[in-house]
Design a protein around this ligand. Structure first.
Ligand SMILES: Cc1ncc(COP(=O)(O)O)c(C=O)c1O
Length: 360
């Protein structure tokens, strides 16, 4: 059991939240139009810029990542959006683009496959699109798409806006936003940042702001120009979740105390360990070479009763996820992002082995 007396979360969001972070949430709020608030705001922005290797503007938003999906497309699409789809979340970004009334096409690959440079190149070469959306880590299939290779292709298309969902990779994997030329990088905080849900982060390029000025019908809450006006004063347009900001401040301190390099290495080591376990006991769902560094999607090659497996683990104080949508019964997912440590994973894997033996 967790410190809270609740099962420890090994699901890909919300992820495990450490006690120190929970405690930071209880700090007495400051007024959001005060100097103390702006000091807190600036502290967070400079920390996030370091984690994302960017000088781009950072917006702190009181919403989940789904809100920022809408923000990203509403502030950029004028011609047509290419939504690259490799699973449930990338598919939902496409749905949200269409539901915002914007012209868009979904460009699909099979579940378990990655979105590769050739597909992006061929799609953008049609000249039909001024925006593309790319989900770095497809949480439903456990595929980590080759962001660096795609960024190389994007250099051929400087007029196409490059919007990236890093919901389940931000802060866990090294992503150099400026080097990669990413126009909008977005994530909610209940994944790799390991905070409770309800808050999101995005970095936005100057190019995006220029385009946003030419976009109509952006609404108020997610208009980047409105967010930008307030960001320049180190404020948010409306009252933000100040407890999240205290939590994020504490988390950034912890991230820099661990060291970014060590943090990225820890995630890579955890992924190696879980993948080795999965390959030894069953199989991996994602195509070879594109397995996520933050969660492992195990293919149920032995045909175990996954619901029973999950229930037994839950009873012992560990929560893992089943397969998402059409992958229910076929896969299960183990998250190893955020504040999950080596000892946590070793303990989980050993309990999973013990539980599989009981089920035999
Ligand atoms: C890759 C990805 N994108 C977007 C989302 C939606 O995020 P939120 O629930 O914060 O709106 C999720 C949620 O799991 C996700 O995994």
């Amino acid at each position: 059991m967790n410190i809270t007396g609740k099962p420890k979360l090994f699901i890909p969001g919300p992820t495990h939240v450490d006690e120190e972070i929970l405690n930071a949430f209880t700090e007495y709020p400051v007024g959001h139009r005060t100097a103390s608030f702006s000091e807190l705001y600036d502290n967070l922005v400079s920390g996030i810029q370091k984690v994302l290797f960017t000088d781009n503007t950072i917006y702190l938003c009181t919403c989940t990542a789904t809100g920022l999906w809408e923000a990203a497309v509403r502030n950029t699409v004028r011609k047509r959006c290419a939504n690259f789809v490799c699973g449930a979340f990338s598919s939902r970004w496409h749905d949200s683009t269409v539901m915002c009334g914007l012209p868009a096409d979904a460009i699909h690959v099979e579940l378990g496959e990655a979105i590769k440079p050739e597909l992006v190149d061929n799609t953008l070469a049609t000249g039909k699109y001024d925006v593309m959306t790319y989900v770095h880590n497809e949480t439903s299939t456990g595929v980590m798409n080759p962001l660096g290779e795609i960024a190389e292709i994007m250099k051929k298309y400087p007029d196409v806006m490059f919007l990236v969902d890093m919901v389940s990779s931000m802060s866990s994997v090294k992503i150099e936003v400026d080097e990669l030329g990413i126009d909008v990088a977005l994530a909610s905080v209940q994944k790799g940042w390991a905070l409770p849900p309800g808050f999101s982060i995005c970095s936005v390029s100057n190019k995006t702001l220029d385009i946003s000025a030419k976009c109509d019908n952006k609404g108020l809450y997610f208009d980047f120009l409105v967010l930008d006006k307030y960001a320049k004063r180190s404020q948010t347009p409306s009252t933000p979740s100040i407890p999240h900001m205290y939590g994020l401040k504490r988390q950034l301190e912890r991230i820099f105390a661990e060291g970014l390099k060590n943090r990225f290495q820890r995630h890579s080591d955890l992924a190696d360990l879980v993948r080795a376990w999965a390959l030894d006991r069953m199989g991996l769902f994602p195509e070879l070479g594109y397995e996520s560094a933050t969660l492992t999607c195990v293919e149920n090659t032995k045909g175990i009763d996954i619901t029973d497996f999950q229930d037994r683990l839950l009873h012992k104080g560990y929560m893992i996820s089943g397969g998402y949508g059409p992958l229910k019964g076929k896969t299960f997912r183990i998250s190893h992002m955020g504040d999950i440590m080596l000892t946590d994973i070793e303990e989980l894997l050993s309990v999973m082995d013990e539980t599989l033996n009981e089920m035999n």
